[in-house]
Each structure stands twice: as structure tokens, then as C-alpha cells.
Design a protein around this ligand. Structure first.
Ligand code: NAP
Length: 455
């Protein structure tokens, strides 16, 4: 029996790894998901048959409630709300690890081996930090908590004190596992630290935070695997931890920030600028004006952003692009790594509209071309084209590489108002002479252009 269980876990691990490999390209991502789902199914079935479970009642109740909630969320969730869902799932993963550690502590009291109690402390701490940190991230993304950094005096000192308290209590509990008060203090300290880690991080840096929390939820699960002596949990946790860490590094590179700079630097503590009180002039143009510019251009670069997802304008945009290409205009898409609200958001969105991969260009591959481009068409993007990231050392966006839309001869921006992007920073590009602001929902504006093209 044991050999069958071990082989099944091995098969499940191989499927998880193949799943991850397939997820690295949009073309094979669907297969990757299917492989990972089968791996999870095998892991669940084997685990349920492996342990001598005396009563399945609670497991069945949990499965029914969990599956019902999962199906409901999967059916109702909007593409634009996926990032906050991911944040919530990370948090639930961390919370589950912390709860399992507590349950095992309760079950095994008195007979804890040193390796098990160390794993429990680690699992409890990382799991609880991930839980509250992810809830704050969820709140920021959902608009329930201010996305701008929340900082106060002595914040860093408080973090250091709390972390030191955790280390001391951790050592005490490891030396004397019977000290349940110590474990409780670790739990409370970790819950507070989770909040304190995430509140000072500005909106624009959220991609890094989410991928970091994702990595933490994996590490917590791996530690729980050691508590339970469950190999598949250790392997899965390590895979999530490692892939989350790689994604964090990619996001840091995209934002041109170090992890330490994001966690300890209170990036973006500058007061937000408010465009409402601004004296600069913005001229509103019509869709007809924009179309004239597009039709007379030889080269056009499109910059999609979060607003494209909100407006669900990807299909209309692709129709416009096809028509322009048929007129002999060179049209390409420029994809910023943190455009939208989750890694690869724009790629997924444009893949939905069957945009050919040949038309998509990463920041590094297209940025130098803007200065030879006639029109930069910005659709629902804001932070990723904000020149303050280049020029204003006080800006929370400072240092983040942006798409050089402002270097094109003409810039057309489709958005509903002058409101800032996710970072809360005003965008100088709206006020430049070369910029045509087309105010309105992106889908409606693009549809108007298509209609005009057909008449
Ligand atoms: P953004 O800076 O958030 O700006 C999106 C713009 O879309 C808004 O200014 C909004 O302006 C406009 N918009 C919203 N609904 C619209 C509609 N129906 N039609 C037309 N426009 C609409 O977006 P971004 O340039 O893509 O930058 C992404 C930001 O999110 C970055 O700061 C990034 O760091 C952050 N972030 C990214 C991730 C990730 O993993 N990619 C995760 C979390 C956070 P109006 O309201 O005036 O229309």
C-alpha cells in the first residue's frame, strides 16, 4: 500500500511540474492548468485513502461548502477582479497552513519532536503573516483600503520590535513546546506584522506584493508538510514558494525596484497630486479627430492598460487594428509587464480577442521605436505611460520603466476622465500639446471610430 501511495505522490509531483512548465506560455497554459488539476485530484484522493480517517462527515461537509463557494466565485468573477481573488486565495492558503499547525500542536502536545515544533513555528508565523497581509492587499485592490501608502512615525521600529518578539518567542517555544502562550503570542505578532508589511506599500508596487505573498503561502504550506510529514505538501509548497519567488523577481525587475526597497523603503510616501485643482489646460478631442490621426499615420503603437479590461474593449480594439493594418498602416501593441492588475493581464486579454502574438511587443523590444512612431494610442493605460516615473524623483512611480508613449509624434489617450491610475499619481502626459484626450468608455470610443471608418 505504502509503495502505491509513494508512487501516486511521485506522479502527482511530476504532473505539477509539467503543469507549471506548460503555464509558462499562453499557447500551452490551458494544458498546464489541466495537468495541475489532475495532479491535485490525485493528491487529494491518495491523501484521503492514506490516513485512517474514522469519520468522513466533516470532510464531506467541507468539500460541499468549499466546492459550492469555489464554483460560485469561478462563475461570477470578472476578469478585472482576478488579482484580488488571487490575493484572497493566497491569504486563505496561508491561513489554512497556520490553522493546521495549531491543530497539530493541539493534537500532539507533549510528544513534539524538535523538527516538528520548528516547522510548526515557521508554518504558523509565515501562514499568519500571509493571511493578514493578503487581506490588506485584497482590500487595496478591491478599493476597500486606500491604495496609497499608509505610513506613520516609528513604523519601521515597530516592525523590528515585533519581529524580534517573534524570534524570542520562537526560541522559547522550540525549547519548551509546552509553552502554548508563547505560540499564541507568535500568532498575534504574525497577524499584526502581516498588516504592517503591506499597508505602507503603494498601489503601483502591488504586483510585487502579491507575488511575494504567493511565494509565502507556498513556504507556509511546505512547512506544514514537514509538520504533517506529508511529502506531496512539501513538494507543492516548495513549487509555489519557488515560482512565486521567481515571479517576484520578474516583477521587481519590471518596476526597477529591489525587494528590500519595496518592503522597507516606504516607496511612494509622497502626497498625491490632485488633478482636480490643476490649472493646466486639457483639450478634449473627438473620435473623428483621433481617427484622422490614425488613418494618416504610417506607424501606430497601441498601449493597452487596465481600463481596456474594465471596458472589455479588446474585441473592438482588435477590429480597429485589423482595419488599420488592411489600410497598410504598421500597427503593433506595446505590453508593459505590470499593465493591468495581474502579471500577463494584457496578454490574456488580447489572446481572448485572438490578437496574433507577432503583434505583441515587450517593453524592452519596442521602447526605442516610439521616437520614430507617428501615433501612440493609449487605451485605458495610465501609470505605465506616466513620464513622472522618469523625471520626478519625488514621484512614487520614480524609477519604474515606462512605455515611452510621450516620445511619439502624436499621443491619443482613451479614458473617461483625468483621474489618476492605480498609483494615485497625476499624469503629465494628459496636458502635453501633442496629446489628444478622447474622454469616454474605451469600448464606446473605439466602436465610434470603427463606425466612422465604415461610413
Ligand atoms: P492604471 O494606471 O491603473 O490606469 C488605468 C486607467 O484606466 C485609469 O486611469 C482609468 O481612468 C482608465 N479606465 C478605467 N476604466 C475605463 C474604461 N471603461 N474606459 C477607459 N478607460 C478606463 O493602469 P495601467 O496603466 O495598466 O497600470 C497598472 C497599474 O496597476 C500599475 O500602477 C501597476 O503597478 C498596478 N498593478 C499591477 C498589477 C499587475 O500585476 N499587473 C497588480 C496590481 C497593481 P478613468 O477612470 O479616467 O477612465
Amino acid at each position: 500500500m505504502n509503495i502505491i501511495i509513494a508512487l501516486s505522490y511521485l506522479l502527482s509531483s511530476i504532473l505539477f511540474i509539467l503543469g507549471l512548465k506548460n503555464l509558462s506560455s499562453p499557447k500551452t497554459a490551458r494544458r498546464g492548468n489541466q495537468l495541475a488539476m489532475s495532479a491535485m485530484l490525485i493528491a487529494i484522493i491518495v491523501t484521503l485513502t492514506k490516513n485512517e480517517i474514522l469519520d468522513f462527515t466533516y470532510i464531506i461537509i467541507g468539500l460541499i461548502i468549499g466546492s459550492a463557494i469555489g464554483v460560485m466565485i469561478a462563475r461570477k468573477i470578472q476578469m478585472t477582479a482576478m488579482p484580488q481573488m488571487v490575493a484572497l486565495f493566497n491569504g486563505l492558503g496561508g491561513g489554512a497552513s497556520a490553522l493546521v499547525a495549531l491543530a497539530e500542536y493541539h493534537r500532539l502536545t507533549g510528544e513534539l519532536r524538535i523538527d516538528v515544533i520548528i516547522s510548526m513555528v515557521v508554518s504558523l508565523f509565515i501562514g499568519a503573516v500571509t493571511f493578514t497581509g493578503s487581506l490588506v492587499a485584497f482590500g487595496k485592490l478591491q478599493g476597500l483600503v486606500r491604495s496609497a501608502p499608509v505610513v506613520f512615525k516609528a513604523q519601521r521600529l515597530l516592525n523590528i520590535l515585533l519581529f524580534t518578539l517573534f524570534l524570542i518567542m520562537g526560541i522559547i517555544v522550540i525549547i519548551n513546546p509546552a509553552n502554548s502562550t508563547g505560540l499564541l503570542i507568535i500568532l498575534v505578532t504574525a497577524l499584526i506584522l502581516g498588516v504592517l508589511f503591506v499597508v505602507p506599500i503603494g498601489g503601483a508596487d502591488m504586483p510585487v506584493v502579491i507575488s511575494m505573498l504567493n511565494s509565502c503561502s507556498g513556504l507556509a504550506a511546505a512547512a506544514t508538510g514537514f509538520v504533517l510529514s506529508n511529502n506531496i505538501l512539501i513538494i507543492c509548497g516548495a513549487l509555489v514558494g519557488a515560482s512565486g519567488f521567481i515571479l517576484t523577481r520578474i516583477m521587481c525587475k519590471a518596476m526597477n525596484r529591489s525587494i528590500a526597497n519595496i518592503i522597507f523603503g516606504s516607496v511612494g510616501t509622497v502626497a498625491e497630486k490632485n488633478s482636480v485643482n490643476d490649472k493646466r489646460k486639457v483639450i478634449s478631442y473627438t473620435e473623428e479627430d483621433a481617427l484622422t490621426m490614425l488613418e494618416t499615420a504610417q506607424t501606430v503603437i497601441i498601449i493597452p492598460g487596465y481600463g481596456l479590461a474594465v471596458a472589455q474593449a479588446q474585441f473592438a480594439l482588435q477590429e480597429l487594428v485589423k482595419t488599420l493594418i488592411n489600410k497598410g498602416i504598421n500597427v503593433r501593441y506595446a505590453i508593459h509587464p505590470v499593465a493591468g492588475r495581474m502579471p500577463g493581464h494584457m496578454n490574456v486579454l488580447l489572446a481572448e480577442a485572438n490578437v496574433s502574438y507577432d503583434l505583441l511587443f515587450d517593453l524592452g523590444d519596442i521602447n526605442d521605436d516610439f521616437r520614430h512612431t507617428d501615433v501612440a494610442l493609449v487605451v485605458g493605460a495610465n501609470d505605465v505611460v506616466n513620464p513622472s516615473a522618469r523625471a520626478d524623483a519625488e514621484s512614487p512611480l520614480y524609477g519604474m520603466p515606462i512605455l515611452n508613449a510621450d516620445q511619439a509624434r502624436i499621443v491619443i489617450i482613451c479614458k473617461r476622465s483625468l483621474s489618476p491610475g492605480f498609483s494615485g499619481v497625476d499624469n503629465e502626459l494628459f496636458y502635453q500639446k501633442k496629446t489628444l484626450m478622447i474622454f469616454g468608455d474605451a469600448k464606446e470610443s473605439i466602436n465610434k471610430m470603427i463606425k466612422l471608418l465604415k461610413t
